[in-house]
Design a protein around this ligand. Sequence first.
Ligand code: SF4
Length: 291
Amino acid sequence: MVEVRPGPAFDARVELTPDTIPPAAVESDVGVGRARDWRDALDCHPERAREVLDAAVEAGFFAVERHDGRRYVRRTARYPDWIGGLRAFENKPDLDRAGDLQCQLRTDVSLALFDEVVLVTGSYVTGAHLNRLPDPVGVWRFDAEAGDVEVVRAADSLSTEVPGLALGDRRPGRVDVEPVDADEKARLRRRVAERAYGKGWRPDGLPDCGRAAAGGPAFQPDDALPYCDWKNRLVDPARECGQACAGYEPADPPPADPEAVRAARSPWEPAPAGAARRQAGLDRYATGDPD
Ligand code: SF4
């Protein structure tokens, strides 16, 4: 999971669209001023370019104009400087079955794509556990029944604005590394942030199980968080729920409205006024004509 901290122009990002702006549109040569033929402006395969174009128009980031019967595009606004910081959370409920966690954390630290990396666990954290983790990685212990978080070790800040190293294949006595320059890191950070902004962090819906509830004892029912009365804790529906679960009882999911919760408890705006105004102006161009 990734947390995005608001940057200086966060409000401008909120006004643009509640959805993810396609990264290829942000990285394209399409500007705010003069409109360009979309086929020249998007540097990818024509089919992919068409998908990017449609998604960017849908998101309200591109506007379409007609020139000699062809679609030209321009940006509706400059892409704002809205990312104040990124914090990555690596979830590992049981530290004694950590698998390739240490490799992942070493990669997180050497690449430094995120300003902070935090390991979240339900385990009791020993000194031996801490010694095995890279120093900059923070460690939080999460009690899923009580909803409490204990900061066992605070995360150190990583240097996101300088080149990093991506760790690749490991063989005895050898690790493949690939340098990643600062511009590429900035591009990747923007992609991560855009995806997180469009997706939010609550599951899209609660499990279709009679033992699922919204919230649970330690949370508000309108949290829209998936609580399991059988496991007596929050669950990850994608990983834990379904017919493979011994406690599964087929039923309609409990009612929940994750979007409404997100809108009420964060600056995210599901229907920004700016997007609606732009859409009204764009409707006359939305012909569905492929050229
Ligand atoms: S499927 Fe299993 S984990 Fe998920 S809510 Fe039902 S009993 Fe709980």
